[in-house]
Write a protein that binds this ligand. Structure first.
Ligand SMILES: [Zn+2]
Ligand SMILES: [Zn+2]
Length: 154
């Protein structure tokens, strides 16, 4: 599965004349393999484990900037972490992240309904909306299931 995402991202970059260097690709692979969002330092650590050559943090930051710009990854503001994005969003799309407080996983969803509500809310206040990204905190499906017996007892 992660490899499909990488193959798709590679094609996406090729058709747009974006250069997916080894460094950038490596970060994409790491994010695809990770089950949860990773911070820049988690990424740097993994890159350093994989290569005997020392990598400067700035290289990782630059690669992350490129990937953000190319819309191949998202930045989760509340966690200061990055997540790979398999969707190719239109500019206007509202994105909702559901972040699990227990296992750290993040699930991404796009919603027309949220999109319309946000646009409406902003226009009522004459607010020029730039980003439509929501980060919701809670428990994922797996963790909710795990929690069941406990919460029934308490
Ligand atoms: Zn996305
Ligand atoms: Zn969870």
């Amino acid at each position: 599965m992660p490899l499909d995402i990488i193959a798709e991202a590679t094609r996406y970059c090729e058709t747009r004349g974006l250069r997916l260097t080894d460094q950038r690709r490596q970060i994409l692979v790491l994010l695809a393999e990770a089950a949860k969002p990773l911070g820049a330092y988690d990424l740097l650590e993994k890159i350093q484990q994989a290569s005997p050559k020392r990598q400067a943090p700035v290289i990782v930051y630059r690669a992350l900037d490129f990937l953000l710009e190319a819309k191949l990854i998202h930045r989760l503001e509340s966690r200061n972490a990055f997540i790979i994005c398999p969707h190719r969003h239109t500019n206007d799309e509202a994105i909702v992240f559901m972040l699990c407080e227990k296992c750290g996983r993040a699930e991404e969803a796009a919603s027309d309904m949220v999109q319309q509500s946000l646009t409406q809310l902003a226009s009522q206040r004459s607010f020029q909306l730039k980003s439509k990204v929501l980060e919701l905190a809670g428990l994922c499906k797996t963790c909710t299931a795990d929690k069941m017996p406990e919460s029934a007892a308490s």
